[in-house]
Design a protein around this ligand. Sequence first.
Ligand SMILES: [Fe+2]
Length: 181
Amino acid sequence: MTPIRLVTTGVCVTEAAAALDAHPEEWDTHTLRTTAYGTPHGGISDIWLRYNDWANFDGDGAKFNGPHESVWYPVADKLPALKALAEKVYAIAGGKVLGGVLITRIPPGGIVKPHVDSGWHAQNYEKFAVQIKGNGRQAFCFNDAKLRTYPGDVFTFDNSQEHWVTNESAGERITMICCLR
Ligand SMILES: [Fe+2]
């Protein structure tokens, strides 16, 4: 089975993109994922829209990433267009439980290096993503598959197989990843 698949196209992401443009200060409030030693996500920016309540973080990253129920983070109320987009993806995917929602940005020329996502959350949820900004010189890659996505495209992928994401364009790549089961 292919590890990555386009689900649908044409989802309106205009308001979500405008909200992100208007609030550059919301990136990288939580850097647990992007600054960990040896992370494949170095040089990447994140917004955590929904995940384990930050109040549960006591300095132990492994424990924090263990079994939990996700909650909306304050930014979801500040930027309702993002929350609405996540709920749209949830409806398209037909999920029962919505877990974490992460927005990730790869700068021009940037890359998410080859990796497999491990841990409780990665292993217990399916991944659906919506492209907020993107172009044909970017790709989500597996060893035997590659998908190029454009704004409004929704796709699903298997992050238990090695994957990486390239951005060989002059534009940024912004993706919202919704975890459901
Ligand atoms: Fe990944």
